[in-house]
Design a protein around this ligand. Structure first.
Ligand code: ATP
Ligand code: MG
Length: 506
């Protein structure tokens, strides 16, 4: 401690005050004398000495009172109590209440100096401690603020990402989920925690087949897969799912980040583009072909009719063959008409209609065929279905094609279930589910290709035309199938919903 340290000395006995002041001054201290508590506090406020030496017994404010006032203003200031033998108890109490120590009168200068030095050293340490503590507190505050800020940023990033993000543990339990995941599942993000990802995000009762997270846990590497899920309104969503393992160094991962990108629109666009390109090419080809063949067939047909009209025995003998030619020319003409209709489709002429009427008309047209092949048709139409805007003829053709396909997959009988429901907020959803032979995985990708057929007498145009009609109505057509079990075709058509109902449905 530097020798110029300030020391406030308080005593109402002028002799003691002088002798202590004198003694300490000669030792180099900057002594501030005061003869009572009040004066002492004034000096204290002006000078802020690190040490106060005070007598205990003083008029008005005693030493204990002064110490309390000083400690309240500056807790680190050291207070040394001076007392006579009679007041030892009060001195001990003062120490208990925060005084550095006490000295019993009379004492020599050396003893005083020893205590003064100790008290100042203690004060110095305390002051240093205080500075360090304040610094530490400042640093902690700065770190906390930085942490809060980085957490806020991370949170904003996590929730701002438009793809679904969840963190799952090895039991596929969700430990964190962002807003996009909440939107995908239809459950608030905080409610997703502790639930299963396969149930909440994919609507399945067990771990999804080919789950990339499962593989990420097994290999410790990032993995991606194309997957799909069915929404509550029956629409199929196509999802790109990636798993990123979260591992402690060198250890097996205990958690994984699951990133889900909805690529439904892209898939639809790609399909549409793919089909449109093909249809355009096929259309051009078909138009040329139909023109040429149509002319040739017209000439052959005319000639045959002429021959059939001529009397005579020889011609009578070949009549049978001429009739075969006539029948086949007529059939070929029909196919060519179909091809032309396909090559140059007409726009749907829309009117308000009930989709179940088109369904029933198509069903009745095939009633005889259903009976012949032992196919039972079950209808499940929801009451109060919204109407749609559709082309009666085209929709009938759509359902006819689909029912025919189902029938042709069940030559030895089976069941076709037709359901029609409202798929809020915007669709009338028709599903045709058959118990036929189903479609293999390789074929499923190609069934919408023009001329793709697995049937001996099929043209492979049925689904292409159906798909195009549905799209022209602003709808969607999807096919799901399990080989050996059956096929489900879903047709979504935009529902006409009155304003008020629309608001409630959303
Ligand atoms: N419900 C179904 N069950 C099983 N396979 C089906 C079903 N619907 C379509 N398919 C498959 O899709 C192929 C293409 O169907 P699409 O209706 O386009 O042509 P097609 O029925 O073969 O001939 P057509 O032009 O006479 O309809 C069929 O050949 C069949 O393999
Ligand atoms: Mg068909």
């Amino acid at each position: 401690m530097g020798v110029s340290a300030k020391v406030l000395i308080v005593d109402d006995d002028p002799d003691i005050l002088d002798s202590m002041a004198e003694g300490l001054r000669t030792l180099g201290y900057d002594v501030l004398p005061a003869s009572d508590g009040e004066a002492a506090f004034q000096v204290f406020r002006a000078e802020h000495p690190p040490l106060v030496i005070t007598d205990l017994q003083m008029p008005r404010i005693d030493g204990l009172g002064l110490m309390k006032t000083i400690k309240a203003a500056s807790p680190s200031t050291a207070v040394l109590i001076i007392t006579g033998h009679a007041d030892l108890d009060s001195a001990i109490q003062a120490v208990r209440q925060g005084a550095f120590d006490y000295l019993v009168k009379p004492f020599d200068l050396e003893t005083l100096l020893g205590r003064v030095n100790q008290a100042l050293e203690r004060h110095r340490l305390l002051a240093e401690n205080e500075v360090l503590l304040a610094e530490l507190e400042q640093r902690v505050q700065a770190r906390t603020a930085a942490l809060v800020e980085s957490e806020r940023r991370l949170h904003a990033l996590f929730n701002g990402i438009t793809d679904s993000l969840v963190i799952v543990d090895q039991a596929f339990t969700i430990v964190a989920a962002n807003e996009a995941a909440a939107a995908l599942s239809g459950t608030p993000a905080e409610s997703l925690i502790v639930r299963n990802c396969f149930r909440e995000l994919f609507g399945r009762e067990e771990v999804c087949e080919g789950c990339p997270i499962l593989e990420s846990f097994a290999t410790g590497r990032a993995t991606s897969r194309s997957m799909s899920r069915r929404d509550s309104d029956g629409c199929v969503r196509y999802l790109e799912v990636s798993g990123y393992p979260l591992a402690d160094e060198g250890e097996r991962p205990t958690e994984a980040v699951e990133h889900i990108r909805d690529v439904t629109e892209k898939v639809h666009q790609a399909h549409h583009l793919h089909n449109s390109e093909k249809l355009a090419a096929v259309g051009q080809f078909a138009a040329g072909l139909a023109h040429e063949l149509g002319n040739a067939l017209a000439i052959i047909g005319g000639a045959v009719q002429f021959l059939l009209g001529c009397p005579g025995d020889r011609r009578q003998a070949s009549r049978e063959y001429l009739e075969v030619i006539h029948r086949n020319v007529a059939a070929a003409g029909g196919t060519i008409r179909d091809l032309l209709a396909f090559a140059k489709p007409r726009e749907p002429s829309l009117r308000v209609l009930d989709v179940t009427e088109s369904l029933d008309r198509a069903r009745l047209l095939l009633r005889g065929e259903f009976e012949k092949h032992g196919v039972e048709v079950v209808r499940q139409y929801a009451p109060g279905l919204p109407r749609i805007q559709g082309d009666r003829e085209q929709l009938q053709q759509v359902f006819l094609n689909l029912l025919l396909n189902a029938l042709q997959a069940m030559e030895d009988g089976g069941t076709i279930t037709i359901t029609a429901v409202f798929g809020p907020p915007e669709w009338v959803r028709v599903e045709l589910t058959d118990t036929g032979h189903g479609i293999s995985k390789e074929h499923l990708d190609r069934i919408f290709d023009p001329f793709f057929t697995t049937r001996e007498r099929g043209t492979g145009l049925g689904l292409s035309i159906t798909h195009r009609h549905v799209e022209a109505h602003g709808g969607r057509l999807t096919v799901e199938s399990q080989e050996g079990k059956g096929t489900r075709v879903t047709v979504l058509l935009p529902a006409m919903i009155p304003e008020g109902v629309q608001a409630r449905a959303r």
